[in-house]
Design a protein around this ligand. Structure first.
Ligand code: ISL
Length: 564
Protein backbone atom coordinates (compact mmCIF):
# COMPACT_ATOMS: atom_id res chain seq x y z
CA UNK A 1 0.00 0.00 0.00
CA UNK A 2 1.20 3.50 -0.80
CA UNK A 3 2.19 5.32 2.40
CA UNK A 4 0.21 8.41 3.37
CA UNK A 5 3.21 10.72 3.26
CA UNK A 6 3.49 10.22 -0.50
CA UNK A 7 0.05 11.74 -0.92
CA UNK A 8 0.49 14.97 1.01
CA UNK A 9 2.24 18.29 0.67
CA UNK A 10 4.46 19.32 3.58
CA UNK A 11 5.25 22.73 5.06
CA UNK A 12 8.25 23.65 7.17
CA UNK A 13 7.74 25.90 10.17
CA UNK A 14 10.71 27.69 11.70
CA UNK A 15 8.84 28.59 14.90
CA UNK A 16 10.97 31.54 15.94
CA UNK A 17 9.94 33.42 12.79
CA UNK A 18 6.47 32.05 12.05
CA UNK A 19 4.08 33.93 14.34
CA UNK A 20 4.40 35.42 17.82
CA UNK A 21 1.22 35.15 19.90
CA UNK A 22 0.15 38.04 22.06
CA UNK A 23 0.66 38.04 25.79
CA UNK A 24 -2.37 37.65 28.11
CA UNK A 25 -5.09 40.21 27.38
CA UNK A 26 -3.33 41.41 24.24
CA UNK A 27 -0.14 42.32 26.11
CA UNK A 28 3.00 42.61 23.98
CA UNK A 29 4.54 39.29 22.94
CA UNK A 30 8.28 38.76 23.19
CA UNK A 31 8.98 39.18 19.46
CA UNK A 32 9.76 35.47 19.10
CA UNK A 33 7.37 33.15 17.28
CA UNK A 34 5.77 30.43 19.42
CA UNK A 35 3.50 27.39 19.49
CA UNK A 36 0.32 29.38 20.18
CA UNK A 37 1.24 31.45 17.16
CA UNK A 38 1.41 28.28 15.05
CA UNK A 39 -1.95 27.09 16.33
CA UNK A 40 -3.48 30.43 15.36
CA UNK A 41 -2.44 29.90 11.74
CA UNK A 42 -3.37 26.25 11.21
CA UNK A 43 -6.48 27.22 9.26
CA UNK A 44 -4.34 29.15 6.79
CA UNK A 45 -2.13 26.09 6.30
CA UNK A 46 -5.16 23.88 5.87
CA UNK A 47 -6.60 26.18 3.23
CA UNK A 48 -3.26 26.10 1.41
CA UNK A 49 -3.62 22.33 1.16
CA UNK A 50 -0.93 21.32 3.65
CA UNK A 51 -1.08 17.80 5.11
CA UNK A 52 2.25 17.60 6.97
CA UNK A 53 4.14 20.12 9.11
CA UNK A 54 7.88 19.79 9.68
CA UNK A 55 8.43 21.67 12.90
CA UNK A 56 11.95 23.03 13.40
CA UNK A 57 13.19 22.53 17.00
CA UNK A 58 11.06 23.77 19.89
CA UNK A 59 12.93 21.80 22.58
CA UNK A 60 14.66 23.43 25.51
CA UNK A 61 17.76 25.14 24.21
CA UNK A 62 20.11 27.99 25.07
CA UNK A 63 19.66 29.11 21.45
CA UNK A 64 23.30 29.25 20.32
CA UNK A 65 22.08 27.87 16.96
CA UNK A 66 18.40 28.81 17.27
CA UNK A 67 17.30 25.54 18.83
CA UNK A 68 19.57 23.16 16.88
CA UNK A 69 21.47 22.99 20.19
CA UNK A 70 19.14 21.03 22.44
CA UNK A 71 19.60 20.97 26.21
CA UNK A 72 16.52 18.87 27.00
CA UNK A 73 14.82 16.69 24.38
CA UNK A 74 11.85 16.04 26.66
CA UNK A 75 10.95 19.66 27.32
CA UNK A 76 9.62 22.59 25.31
CA UNK A 77 11.62 25.78 25.53
CA UNK A 78 9.68 28.44 27.45
CA UNK A 79 10.20 30.93 24.60
CA UNK A 80 7.98 28.69 22.47
CA UNK A 81 5.46 27.68 25.15
CA UNK A 82 4.78 24.61 27.26
CA UNK A 83 4.31 20.89 26.76
CA UNK A 84 0.57 21.52 27.10
CA UNK A 85 0.82 23.92 24.13
CA UNK A 86 2.61 21.22 22.13
CA UNK A 87 -0.12 18.71 22.99
CA UNK A 88 -2.71 21.23 21.85
CA UNK A 89 -0.80 21.77 18.63
CA UNK A 90 -0.83 18.01 17.90
CA UNK A 91 -4.55 17.88 18.65
CA UNK A 92 -5.50 20.99 16.66
CA UNK A 93 -3.42 19.84 13.70
CA UNK A 94 -5.02 16.37 13.86
CA UNK A 95 -8.50 17.97 13.77
CA UNK A 96 -7.51 19.45 10.42
CA UNK A 97 -5.89 16.22 9.23
CA UNK A 98 -2.42 17.74 9.41
CA UNK A 99 0.36 15.51 10.77
CA UNK A 100 3.44 16.91 12.44
CA UNK A 101 6.99 15.68 12.13
CA UNK A 102 9.53 16.87 14.67
CA UNK A 103 13.00 18.07 13.84
CA UNK A 104 15.41 15.72 15.58
CA UNK A 105 18.97 16.87 16.14
CA UNK A 106 20.96 13.88 17.30
CA UNK A 107 24.44 14.49 15.94
CA UNK A 108 25.05 16.82 18.84
CA UNK A 109 23.41 18.23 21.94
CA UNK A 110 23.86 21.61 23.57
CA UNK A 111 26.88 21.89 25.86
CA UNK A 112 24.27 22.82 28.49
CA UNK A 113 22.64 19.39 28.21
CA UNK A 114 22.89 17.46 31.47
CA UNK A 115 24.74 14.60 29.72
CA UNK A 116 27.47 16.94 28.56
CA UNK A 117 27.82 18.70 31.88
CA UNK A 118 28.25 15.30 33.57
CA UNK A 119 30.61 14.09 30.88
CA UNK A 120 33.08 16.87 31.69
CA UNK A 121 34.08 14.71 34.66
CA UNK A 122 36.47 12.06 33.25
CA UNK A 123 35.25 9.49 35.75
CA UNK A 124 31.55 9.96 34.94
CA UNK A 125 29.60 7.22 33.12
CA UNK A 126 28.56 10.04 30.75
CA UNK A 127 32.15 10.62 29.66
CA UNK A 128 31.72 8.23 26.75
CA UNK A 129 28.55 9.99 25.55
CA UNK A 130 30.78 12.54 23.82
CA UNK A 131 34.10 12.50 22.02
CA UNK A 132 36.92 13.60 24.31
CA UNK A 133 40.58 13.53 23.36
CA UNK A 134 43.82 14.77 24.91
CA UNK A 135 45.98 17.21 22.94
CA UNK A 136 48.45 15.69 20.49
CA UNK A 137 52.02 16.00 21.73
CA UNK A 138 54.06 18.90 20.35
CA UNK A 139 56.05 18.24 17.17
CA UNK A 140 59.29 19.30 18.81
CA UNK A 141 60.29 18.97 22.46
CA UNK A 142 59.18 22.13 24.31
CA UNK A 143 56.76 23.06 21.47
CA UNK A 144 53.05 23.74 21.75
CA UNK A 145 50.68 20.77 22.17
CA UNK A 146 48.42 20.36 19.14
CA UNK A 147 44.71 19.77 18.54
CA UNK A 148 43.74 16.07 18.50
CA UNK A 149 43.40 16.11 14.69
CA UNK A 150 43.34 18.47 11.69
CA UNK A 151 39.58 18.44 10.97
CA UNK A 152 37.69 21.59 10.05
CA UNK A 153 33.98 22.08 10.82
CA UNK A 154 30.76 23.22 9.19
CA UNK A 155 30.69 26.62 10.87
CA UNK A 156 34.20 27.72 9.95
CA UNK A 157 35.47 27.17 13.49
CA UNK A 158 37.93 24.70 14.98
CA UNK A 159 36.20 21.42 15.74
CA UNK A 160 38.02 20.91 19.04
CA UNK A 161 37.29 22.91 22.17
CA UNK A 162 39.46 22.63 25.25
CA UNK A 163 37.69 22.08 28.54
CA UNK A 164 39.68 23.14 31.62
CA UNK A 165 37.69 20.94 33.94
CA UNK A 166 38.46 17.83 31.88
CA UNK A 167 41.92 18.70 30.73
CA UNK A 168 40.87 17.46 27.30
CA UNK A 169 39.28 18.62 24.08
CA UNK A 170 35.78 17.68 22.89
CA UNK A 171 34.69 17.37 19.27
CA UNK A 172 32.08 19.71 17.78
CA UNK A 173 31.51 19.65 14.01
CA UNK A 174 29.24 22.71 14.36
CA UNK A 175 29.31 25.46 17.02
CA UNK A 176 31.41 24.96 20.14
CA UNK A 177 28.14 24.91 22.08
CA UNK A 178 27.10 21.83 20.04
CA UNK A 179 29.30 18.93 21.19
CA UNK A 180 29.02 15.79 19.03
CA UNK A 181 27.55 12.64 20.56
CA UNK A 182 29.54 9.42 20.45
CA UNK A 183 27.65 6.75 18.49
CA UNK A 184 30.37 4.20 19.14
CA UNK A 185 28.80 4.06 22.59
CA UNK A 186 25.61 1.94 22.36
CA UNK A 187 24.16 3.76 25.38
CA UNK A 188 23.80 6.92 23.30
CA UNK A 189 21.56 5.18 20.78
CA UNK A 190 19.43 3.76 23.59
CA UNK A 191 18.86 7.33 24.84
CA UNK A 192 17.92 8.46 21.33
CA UNK A 193 15.43 5.60 20.96
CA UNK A 194 13.73 6.73 24.16
CA UNK A 195 13.50 10.28 22.84
CA UNK A 196 12.02 9.10 19.53
CA UNK A 197 9.42 6.98 21.35
CA UNK A 198 8.52 9.86 23.63
CA UNK A 199 7.61 12.13 20.71
CA UNK A 200 5.92 9.42 18.68
CA UNK A 201 3.76 8.60 21.71
CA UNK A 202 2.88 12.28 22.02
CA UNK A 203 1.56 12.23 18.46
CA UNK A 204 4.49 13.00 16.17
CA UNK A 205 4.13 11.43 12.71
CA UNK A 206 7.86 11.11 12.19
CA UNK A 207 11.08 13.07 12.13
CA UNK A 208 13.22 15.33 10.02
CA UNK A 209 16.66 14.10 11.06
CA UNK A 210 19.32 16.80 11.19
CA UNK A 211 22.70 16.06 9.51
CA UNK A 212 21.88 12.39 9.83
CA UNK A 213 24.56 11.02 7.50
CA UNK A 214 27.47 12.27 9.59
CA UNK A 215 26.62 11.13 13.11
CA UNK A 216 28.92 8.09 13.37
CA UNK A 217 32.59 8.95 13.65
CA UNK A 218 34.44 5.83 12.47
CA UNK A 219 37.89 7.19 13.25
CA UNK A 220 39.52 10.39 14.42
CA UNK A 221 42.51 10.23 12.09
CA UNK A 222 43.68 13.35 10.29
CA UNK A 223 41.64 14.27 7.21
CA UNK A 224 42.87 14.70 3.65
CA UNK A 225 43.74 18.27 2.70
CA UNK A 226 40.65 19.96 1.27
CA UNK A 227 38.98 23.36 1.23
CA UNK A 228 35.64 22.18 2.56
CA UNK A 229 35.17 20.30 5.85
CA UNK A 230 38.48 18.48 6.22
CA UNK A 231 38.12 15.04 7.79
CA UNK A 232 34.64 14.25 6.48
CA UNK A 233 35.84 10.96 4.93
CA UNK A 234 36.09 9.62 8.49
CA UNK A 235 32.44 10.15 9.32
CA UNK A 236 30.27 10.64 6.23
CA UNK A 237 27.89 7.67 5.77
CA UNK A 238 30.12 5.16 7.50
CA UNK A 239 28.82 1.63 7.89
CA UNK A 240 28.25 2.46 11.57
CA UNK A 241 25.97 5.32 10.49
CA UNK A 242 23.86 2.99 8.34
CA UNK A 243 23.68 0.53 11.23
CA UNK A 244 22.40 3.24 13.59
CA UNK A 245 19.64 4.18 11.13
CA UNK A 246 18.61 0.55 10.65
CA UNK A 247 18.48 -0.03 14.38
CA UNK A 248 16.34 3.05 14.97
CA UNK A 249 13.98 1.90 12.26
CA UNK A 250 13.78 -1.70 13.50
CA UNK A 251 13.44 -0.96 17.20
CA UNK A 252 11.33 2.19 17.11
CA UNK A 253 10.05 3.66 13.84
CA UNK A 254 8.65 0.43 12.39
CA UNK A 255 6.32 0.18 15.36
CA UNK A 256 4.57 3.45 14.47
CA UNK A 257 2.75 4.86 11.45
CA UNK A 258 5.45 7.43 10.73
CA UNK A 259 8.19 8.45 8.33
CA UNK A 260 11.64 10.00 8.40
CA UNK A 261 13.28 12.49 6.11
CA UNK A 262 16.99 12.87 6.61
CA UNK A 263 18.96 16.03 6.07
CA UNK A 264 22.08 14.61 4.48
CA UNK A 265 25.01 16.92 4.02
CA UNK A 266 27.30 16.63 0.98
CA UNK A 267 25.43 13.56 -0.11
CA UNK A 268 25.81 12.13 -3.61
CA UNK A 269 23.45 9.78 -5.41
CA UNK A 270 25.18 6.45 -4.61
CA UNK A 271 25.29 7.39 -0.92
CA UNK A 272 21.66 8.55 -1.03
CA UNK A 273 20.58 5.20 -2.47
CA UNK A 274 22.12 3.47 0.50
CA UNK A 275 20.47 5.86 2.95
CA UNK A 276 16.94 5.72 1.55
CA UNK A 277 16.66 2.74 -0.77
CA UNK A 278 13.32 1.13 0.08
CA UNK A 279 14.81 -2.27 0.80
CA UNK A 280 17.53 -0.86 3.05
CA UNK A 281 15.31 -0.03 6.05
CA UNK A 282 17.04 3.25 6.91
CA UNK A 283 15.42 6.60 5.94
CA UNK A 284 12.21 7.08 3.92
CA UNK A 285 13.57 10.05 1.97
CA UNK A 286 16.22 12.68 2.22
CA UNK A 287 17.08 16.29 1.53
CA UNK A 288 20.04 16.63 -0.84
CA UNK A 289 21.56 19.98 -1.78
CA UNK A 290 22.97 19.59 -5.26
CA UNK A 291 20.10 21.36 -7.06
CA UNK A 292 20.50 24.43 -4.82
CA UNK A 293 24.25 24.50 -5.33
CA UNK A 294 24.36 24.61 -9.15
CA UNK A 295 25.12 28.34 -9.04
CA UNK A 296 27.30 28.33 -5.93
CA UNK A 297 30.84 27.36 -5.12
CA UNK A 298 31.96 25.87 -1.79
CA UNK A 299 28.46 24.69 -0.87
CA UNK A 300 26.40 27.88 -1.01
CA UNK A 301 28.92 30.58 -0.25
CA UNK A 302 30.21 32.02 -3.51
CA UNK A 303 27.77 32.78 -6.36
CA UNK A 304 28.42 31.63 -9.94
CA UNK A 305 26.35 31.81 -13.15
CA UNK A 306 22.96 30.10 -13.25
CA UNK A 307 22.12 27.78 -16.12
CA UNK A 308 18.71 26.15 -16.47
CA UNK A 309 20.40 23.24 -18.28
CA UNK A 310 22.53 22.52 -15.21
CA UNK A 311 19.46 22.64 -12.98
CA UNK A 312 17.59 20.21 -15.23
CA UNK A 313 20.60 17.89 -15.36
CA UNK A 314 20.81 17.76 -11.55
CA UNK A 315 17.04 17.42 -11.09
CA UNK A 316 16.92 14.61 -13.63
CA UNK A 317 19.69 12.73 -11.88
CA UNK A 318 17.86 12.80 -8.53
CA UNK A 319 14.31 12.52 -9.84
CA UNK A 320 15.22 9.40 -11.78
CA UNK A 321 17.88 8.09 -9.43
CA UNK A 322 15.89 7.71 -6.22
CA UNK A 323 12.73 5.73 -5.63
CA UNK A 324 11.20 8.73 -3.86
CA UNK A 325 12.37 12.34 -3.52
CA UNK A 326 11.93 14.95 -0.82
CA UNK A 327 11.32 17.94 -3.10
CA UNK A 328 12.22 21.39 -1.78
CA UNK A 329 13.56 24.75 -2.92
CA UNK A 330 13.89 26.54 0.42
CA UNK A 331 14.52 25.85 4.06
CA UNK A 332 15.75 27.79 7.09
CA UNK A 333 19.39 27.52 5.93
CA UNK A 334 18.94 28.56 2.31
CA UNK A 335 18.27 31.79 0.43
CA UNK A 336 14.69 32.53 -0.60
CA UNK A 337 14.14 30.83 -3.94
CA UNK A 338 12.59 33.85 -5.66
CA UNK A 339 15.82 35.72 -4.88
CA UNK A 340 17.99 32.72 -5.72
CA UNK A 341 16.55 31.32 -8.97
CA UNK A 342 13.89 33.97 -9.68
CA UNK A 343 13.74 37.71 -10.41
CA UNK A 344 13.92 38.70 -6.72
CA UNK A 345 12.20 41.74 -5.29
CA UNK A 346 11.32 44.06 -8.18
CA UNK A 347 10.41 46.91 -5.82
CA UNK A 348 6.76 46.70 -6.87
CA UNK A 349 7.50 48.15 -10.32
CA UNK A 350 4.74 47.98 -12.93
CA UNK A 351 5.66 45.06 -15.17
CA UNK A 352 8.11 43.72 -12.57
CA UNK A 353 8.77 40.03 -12.45
CA UNK A 354 8.85 39.19 -8.74
CA UNK A 355 5.39 37.57 -8.69
CA UNK A 356 5.67 35.92 -12.08
CA UNK A 357 8.98 34.30 -11.27
CA UNK A 358 7.75 33.16 -7.84
CA UNK A 359 4.85 31.44 -9.60
CA UNK A 360 7.10 29.89 -12.22
CA UNK A 361 9.19 28.35 -9.42
CA UNK A 362 6.02 27.11 -7.70
CA UNK A 363 5.04 25.49 -10.96
CA UNK A 364 8.38 23.71 -11.10
CA UNK A 365 8.37 22.52 -7.51
CA UNK A 366 4.81 21.25 -7.56
CA UNK A 367 5.34 19.27 -10.74
CA UNK A 368 8.33 17.29 -9.48
CA UNK A 369 8.13 13.70 -8.32
CA UNK A 370 8.11 13.04 -4.56
CA UNK A 371 6.86 14.65 -1.37
CA UNK A 372 6.95 18.42 -1.75
CA UNK A 373 8.12 20.61 1.17
CA UNK A 374 7.25 24.31 1.14
CA UNK A 375 9.07 26.59 3.54
CA UNK A 376 7.13 29.23 5.49
CA UNK A 377 6.72 32.43 3.50
CA UNK A 378 7.66 30.75 0.22
CA UNK A 379 3.96 30.57 -0.63
CA UNK A 380 3.74 34.37 -0.64
CA UNK A 381 7.02 34.85 -2.47
CA UNK A 382 9.07 36.20 0.43
CA UNK A 383 12.48 37.47 -0.68
CA UNK A 384 15.99 37.54 0.79
CA UNK A 385 16.54 39.97 3.66
CA UNK A 386 17.40 43.57 2.87
CA UNK A 387 19.71 44.18 5.81
CA UNK A 388 22.22 46.96 5.44
CA UNK A 389 24.97 45.83 7.79
CA UNK A 390 26.32 42.81 9.58
CA UNK A 391 25.08 43.94 12.98
CA UNK A 392 21.52 43.29 11.75
CA UNK A 393 22.45 39.69 10.94
CA UNK A 394 22.12 37.16 13.76
CA UNK A 395 23.19 33.93 12.04
CA UNK A 396 26.27 32.53 13.78
CA UNK A 397 27.49 31.05 10.50
CA UNK A 398 27.49 34.47 8.76
CA UNK A 399 29.53 36.00 11.57
CA UNK A 400 32.04 33.17 11.49
CA UNK A 401 32.27 33.47 7.70
CA UNK A 402 32.95 37.20 8.00
CA UNK A 403 35.70 36.59 10.56
CA UNK A 404 37.30 33.96 8.34
CA UNK A 405 37.16 36.19 5.26
CA UNK A 406 38.71 39.07 7.22
CA UNK A 407 41.59 36.77 8.16
CA UNK A 408 42.02 36.01 4.46
CA UNK A 409 42.10 39.78 3.72
CA UNK A 410 38.99 39.65 1.53
CA UNK A 411 37.80 43.26 1.05
CA UNK A 412 34.68 44.50 2.90
CA UNK A 413 32.31 44.93 -0.08
CA UNK A 414 33.04 41.42 -1.36
CA UNK A 415 32.58 39.96 2.13
CA UNK A 416 29.19 41.63 2.39
CA UNK A 417 28.18 40.44 -1.10
CA UNK A 418 28.94 36.83 -0.18
CA UNK A 419 27.22 37.08 3.19
CA UNK A 420 24.14 38.52 1.51
CA UNK A 421 24.07 35.62 -0.93
CA UNK A 422 24.65 32.94 1.69
CA UNK A 423 23.35 34.10 5.07
CA UNK A 424 20.85 31.76 6.63
CA UNK A 425 19.00 34.83 7.94
CA UNK A 426 17.71 35.29 4.38
CA UNK A 427 15.12 32.68 5.22
CA UNK A 428 14.69 33.56 8.87
CA UNK A 429 13.12 37.02 8.76
CA UNK A 430 9.61 37.00 10.27
CA UNK A 431 6.74 35.78 8.13
CA UNK A 432 4.96 38.73 6.55
CA UNK A 433 1.35 38.21 7.54
CA UNK A 434 0.04 41.73 6.88
CA UNK A 435 0.97 45.32 6.12
CA UNK A 436 0.44 46.21 9.79
CA UNK A 437 3.09 46.87 12.44
CA UNK A 438 5.89 44.26 12.41
CA UNK A 439 4.24 42.69 9.36
CA UNK A 440 1.55 41.26 11.63
CA UNK A 441 4.13 38.79 12.96
CA UNK A 442 4.16 40.18 16.48
CA UNK A 443 2.83 43.09 18.48
CA UNK A 444 6.32 43.87 19.69
CA UNK A 445 9.77 44.20 18.13
CA UNK A 446 10.69 40.95 16.35
CA UNK A 447 13.87 39.08 17.30
CA UNK A 448 15.19 39.55 13.74
CA UNK A 449 14.42 42.44 11.39
CA UNK A 450 11.34 42.26 9.18
CA UNK A 451 12.04 42.67 5.48
CA UNK A 452 11.08 46.25 4.59
CA UNK A 453 9.03 45.00 1.61
CA UNK A 454 6.32 43.64 3.93
CA UNK A 455 3.83 46.33 2.96
CA UNK A 456 3.92 45.03 -0.63
CA UNK A 457 4.56 41.36 0.04
CA UNK A 458 2.29 39.89 2.70
CA UNK A 459 -0.28 37.17 3.28
CA UNK A 460 -3.24 39.45 3.93
CA UNK A 461 -2.99 41.28 0.62
CA UNK A 462 -2.69 38.01 -1.32
CA UNK A 463 -5.42 36.05 0.41
CA UNK A 464 -8.32 37.38 -1.64
CA UNK A 465 -6.44 38.19 -4.82
CA UNK A 466 -7.03 35.37 -7.30
CA UNK A 467 -3.89 36.37 -9.20
CA UNK A 468 -1.58 36.27 -6.16
CA UNK A 469 1.43 34.04 -5.63
CA UNK A 470 -0.42 32.50 -2.67
CA UNK A 471 -3.44 31.54 -4.75
CA UNK A 472 -1.18 30.14 -7.45
CA UNK A 473 0.40 27.84 -4.85
CA UNK A 474 -3.07 26.85 -3.62
CA UNK A 475 -4.22 26.00 -7.10
CA UNK A 476 -1.13 23.92 -7.88
CA UNK A 477 -1.25 22.08 -4.56
CA UNK A 478 -4.91 21.19 -5.14
CA UNK A 479 -4.12 20.00 -8.66
CA UNK A 480 -1.24 17.87 -7.44
CA UNK A 481 -3.19 16.33 -4.57
CA UNK A 482 -5.81 14.96 -6.92
CA UNK A 483 -3.45 13.81 -9.66
CA UNK A 484 -1.39 10.67 -9.31
CA UNK A 485 0.76 11.45 -12.34
CA UNK A 486 1.99 14.71 -10.80
CA UNK A 487 2.88 12.96 -7.55
CA UNK A 488 4.47 9.78 -8.79
CA UNK A 489 4.63 9.81 -12.61
CA UNK A 490 8.00 9.30 -14.30
CA UNK A 491 10.19 12.37 -14.73
CA UNK A 492 11.29 12.89 -18.35
CA UNK A 493 13.68 15.72 -19.26
CA UNK A 494 12.91 17.14 -22.71
CA UNK A 495 15.02 20.23 -23.31
CA UNK A 496 17.14 22.83 -21.54
CA UNK A 497 19.53 25.65 -22.36
CA UNK A 498 20.84 28.57 -20.34
CA UNK A 499 17.37 30.00 -19.72
CA UNK A 500 14.77 27.46 -20.71
CA UNK A 501 13.74 24.16 -19.18
CA UNK A 502 11.18 21.67 -20.45
CA UNK A 503 10.28 18.33 -18.88
CA UNK A 504 7.30 16.07 -18.59
CA UNK A 505 5.73 13.77 -16.08
CA UNK A 506 4.24 10.59 -17.40
CA UNK A 507 1.99 7.86 -16.03
CA UNK A 508 -0.21 5.35 -17.81
CA UNK A 509 -0.95 7.38 -20.92
CA UNK A 510 -1.18 10.68 -19.08
CA UNK A 511 1.41 13.42 -19.60
CA UNK A 512 2.04 16.79 -17.99
CA UNK A 513 4.61 18.99 -19.72
CA UNK A 514 6.20 21.95 -17.93
CA UNK A 515 7.85 24.76 -19.89
CA UNK A 516 9.78 27.22 -17.74
CA UNK A 517 11.69 30.38 -18.59
CA UNK A 518 14.35 31.19 -15.99
CA UNK A 519 15.17 34.62 -17.38
CA UNK A 520 13.93 38.16 -17.83
CA UNK A 521 14.00 37.76 -21.64
CA UNK A 522 11.49 36.37 -24.08
CA UNK A 523 12.77 33.05 -25.41
CA UNK A 524 11.76 31.11 -28.49
CA UNK A 525 10.61 27.56 -27.93
CA UNK A 526 13.03 25.27 -29.71
CA UNK A 527 10.38 22.79 -30.79
CA UNK A 528 6.77 21.95 -30.15
CA UNK A 529 6.76 19.10 -27.64
CA UNK A 530 4.13 16.41 -28.09
CA UNK A 531 2.18 17.55 -25.04
CA UNK A 532 2.19 21.17 -26.14
CA UNK A 533 1.18 20.32 -29.72
CA UNK A 534 -1.93 18.41 -28.86
CA UNK A 535 -3.19 20.46 -25.90
CA UNK A 536 -4.40 23.77 -27.19
CA UNK A 537 -4.15 25.72 -23.97
CA UNK A 538 -1.95 25.30 -20.93
CA UNK A 539 -3.75 23.77 -17.95
CA UNK A 540 -1.82 26.13 -15.70
CA UNK A 541 0.11 29.25 -16.63
CA UNK A 542 1.52 32.19 -14.69
CA UNK A 543 0.64 34.62 -17.49
CA UNK A 544 -2.73 33.16 -18.49
CA UNK A 545 -1.74 33.24 -22.17
CA UNK A 546 -3.91 30.76 -24.04
CA UNK A 547 -1.50 30.43 -26.95
CA UNK A 548 2.26 30.45 -26.41
CA UNK A 549 2.91 31.39 -30.06
CA UNK A 550 6.16 29.46 -30.03
CA UNK A 551 7.74 31.49 -27.25
CA UNK A 552 7.87 32.01 -23.50
CA UNK A 553 7.69 35.51 -22.05
CA UNK A 554 10.13 36.56 -19.30
CA UNK A 555 9.81 34.21 -16.30
CA UNK A 556 6.82 32.53 -17.88
CA UNK A 557 5.84 29.02 -16.82
CA UNK A 558 3.20 26.90 -18.52
CA UNK A 559 1.94 23.41 -17.80
CA UNK A 560 0.19 21.34 -20.47
CA UNK A 561 -1.94 18.28 -19.87
CA UNK A 562 -2.45 15.46 -22.30
CA UNK A 563 -4.13 12.08 -22.05
CA UNK A 564 -3.97 9.43 -24.70
O1 ISL B 1 23.67 24.55 4.87
C1 ISL B 1 24.27 23.61 4.36
C2 ISL B 1 24.39 23.40 2.88
O2 ISL B 1 24.08 24.52 2.14
C3 ISL B 1 25.00 22.58 5.14
O3 ISL B 1 26.15 23.11 5.58
C4 ISL B 1 24.14 21.95 6.18
O4 ISL B 1 22.86 21.87 5.73
C5 ISL B 1 24.02 22.61 7.50
O5 ISL B 1 25.09 23.22 7.98
C6 ISL B 1 23.46 21.59 8.49
O6 ISL B 1 22.25 22.09 8.86
C7 ISL B 1 21.55 21.60 9.95
O7 ISL B 1 22.35 21.39 11.09
C8 ISL B 1 22.94 22.54 11.70
C9 ISL B 1 21.93 23.67 11.89
O8 ISL B 1 22.61 24.84 12.20
C10 ISL B 1 21.07 23.90 10.66
O9 ISL B 1 20.13 24.90 10.88
C11 ISL B 1 20.45 22.58 10.31
O10 ISL B 1 19.54 22.66 9.25
C12 ISL B 1 23.49 22.09 13.01
O11 ISL B 1 22.51 21.46 13.76
Amino acid sequence: MKPWWKDRVAYQIYPRSFRDSEGPGGAPGDGIGDIQGIISRLDELKSLGIGIIWLSPVYKSPGADNGYDISDYYAVDPIFGTMADMERLFAEAAKRDIRIIMDMVINHTSDEHEWFQKSRDPSSPYREYYIWRPPKPAKKPGGKPRLPNNWTGFFMEDVWEYDEKSGEYYLHLFHKKQPDLNYQNPKVLEEIKKIFRFWLDKGAAGFRCDVINIIYKASLEDGKKSLAVRGIEHYQSQEGNHAVLRELRRDVLDKYDCFTVGETVMVDLPEAKLLCGESRGELDMLFYFEHLEIDRRIARFIPKKFKASKLLEVLTKWQQGLEWNAVYLENHDQPRVVSHFGAGDDGGKAGGYWARSAKMLALMELTLRGTVFIYQGQEIGMTNFDFKSLDQVKDVESHNLDRLMKKLHIPGPLRWKWIKASSRDNARTPVQWSSGANAGFSNSRPWLGVNSNYRRINYESQKNDPASVLNFYKKLIALRLENECLKSGAFVPLYADTRLMIYSRELEGETWTALLNFSGRTVKLPFATAGVRSAREPAVSNTCRADLEGKLLPWEGALFHQTS
